[in-house]
Each structure stands twice: as C-alpha cells, then as structure tokens.
Design a protein around this ligand. Structure first.
Ligand SMILES: O=C(O)CCC(=O)C(=O)O
Length: 190
C-alpha cells in the first residue's frame, strides 16, 4: 500500500481477545491534556506510554518519561522484528473507549523518532477506520479498517509524505486499543 510505505497484516496477533482484556485492565490509562492555541484540552482518548528508561519523548511541549514495560507489552515487543522493527524502545498505547474517541490528522515525525525504523501499530478490539491523506492536502485519500489482532507497519518515509487520523464514528459503543511500537533516538531526546 502507498507504494510500499504501508503494510497491513490482518490476524497477525495470537490470543488477541485475552490480550485486549489484559491490557484494558492492567495498563494505567490516563486522559492527558494538550495545549492548543494556549488553552489546555483533554485529549479524546486514554493513553499510556511505556518504554526503556531513557526513551523520553516530547508531547505538546512536555518531556515525558515512559512507564516501565509490562510483561504483556514486552512479549509483543519481542515479536516486532518479524515486521521490520529491530530496535524498539517504546510504545504508545491508546484506548479509544467508543466511537466518540479519536485521533486527529498528524504525522509521527517528531525529531526524536528514528527515521530509519518503521512504526509497528497493533490493533485490538473494535474495528476502526484509519484514514490517510498526502501531507499538504485536506482531502482524505483512502482508509483501512484496522481489525482486531491486526498489524499495520508504517515504513520509513511514510511520515514525511502522509498524514493519518482515526476519526470519530457514530454508533460505535465498544472499545479499541492501539499500540504503536517505536524507536526513539535517545541521544537527541535531552
Ligand atoms: O489508533 C491508531 O490506529 C492511530 C494511532 C496513531 O496515529 C498514533 O499513535 O500516532
């Protein structure tokens, strides 16, 4: 997909039902705030950031320290080289409680993200649409319905050319968890 910049693997994660339940129950989900034009707003989803001690990342102007890996997240991390992610030191976990939770258009192009490693995105729970548009355009180009137990691989170069979003959807009452495993360049994070 997208000239090889994007790869979708449905049904790639084993025991996905149990994993969804476990992560929903055990991760310390919180609703973070972001600053938009000087005002603070709660983000429309819950998050939990985990990683190695030195894998700090910048989020809306804050330098955030990751929480420790849980055994379940470690186990997933051990499977990522099959998807081309050989150096992974962090994972951003998102919990979309229902169709009213969302993520707006963006690229994952922060300077601390290693541009030579893919981002591997695991979806669990309710299927949600992942929308794509070229950077510089305001019009949606395509969408992928990310299914329970699927893996989406965003290869190097994608973030420089494309934006993605997880829009609100009316009528969805159930939850979805998304895990994006990343490699953060620790030398530039401080
Ligand atoms: O929930 C998703 O599939 C998208 C997550 C995302 O865009 C991100 O973590 O940067």
């Amino acid at each position: 997909m997208l000239d090889g910049l994007l790869e979708y693997h449905p049904q790639a994660i084993g025991a996905a039902d149990a994993l969804f339940e476990q992560l929903q129950d055990e991760l310390p989900w919180q609703q973070d705030q972001i600053q938009v034009y000087g005002r603070w707003h709660p983000i429309p989803r819950l998050q939990s950031w985990h990683g190695d001690n030195n894998a700090h990342y910048r989020y809306s102007g804050h330098l955030m320290a990751p929480k420790p890996w849980t055994p379940a997240l470690q186990q997933l991390r051990a499977q990522l080289s099959a998807f081309g992610l050989h150096h992974c030191n962090s994972v951003l976990c998102n919990l979309y409680r229902n169709g009213q939770d969302s993520m707006g258009w963006h690229s994952d192009d922060e300077p601390e993200l290693d541009p030579d490693q893919p981002i591997v995105s695991i979806s669990l729970g309710t299927t949600r649409d992942f929308c794509l548009r070229p950077r510089g355009s305001r019009r949606q180009h395509s969408k992928i319905a990310l299914a329970h137990g699927s893996v989406l691989v965003m290869h190097p170069g994608m973030q420089q050319q494309w934006q993605h979003a997880l829009p609100k959807r009316a009528g969805i009452a159930s939850a979805r968890i998304n895990l994006t495993f990343r490699h953060i360049l620790t030398t530039t994070a401080h």
